[in-house]
Design a protein. Structure first.
Length: 117
């Protein structure tokens, strides 16, 4: 089965060292992050620790610091840096001609239905 992609936004719409929230009917929302090298990542907008909104955290390198308790979450894997444990669900994305696309099936899935690869 091939992936159906949905256009979400332009890369330029995501603040550098910040995030854009993708609101969806099945909560929680998805946060799309952009780092200083214009790399883009998509994670569930919920820290694995206490559910803090990762989209409001500070992006540095390929990590985001949760705004609640400063847990560092790897943007590539969604997993917390040791000694902290737990992972935020990550989402497949692609970028073509400056546009960010998310996997439509993942976008519509209930959180935690998708297992990290």
């Amino acid at each position: 089965m091939s992936i159906q992609w949905k256009v979400i936004c332009n890369v330029a719409d995501i603040p550098v060292l910040g995030a854009r929230v993708v609101h969806r009917e099945v909560q929680p929302n998805i946060a799309i992050f952009r780092n200083s090298e214009d790399k883009v990542f998509a994670l569930l907008d919920r820290c694995p620790h206490k559910g803090g909104p990762l989209s409001q955290g500070i992006v540095f390198g390929e990590r985001v610091a949760c705004p609640l308790h400063n847990w560092n979450i790897d943007l590539q894997s969604g997993c917390a840096d040791a000694p902290d444990e737990g992972c935020a669900q990550k989402f497949n994305l692609k970028i073509e001609e400056g546009q960010v696309y998310l996997d439509l099936a993942e976008l519509n899935a209930i959180a935690d239905e998708i297992k990290a690869a």
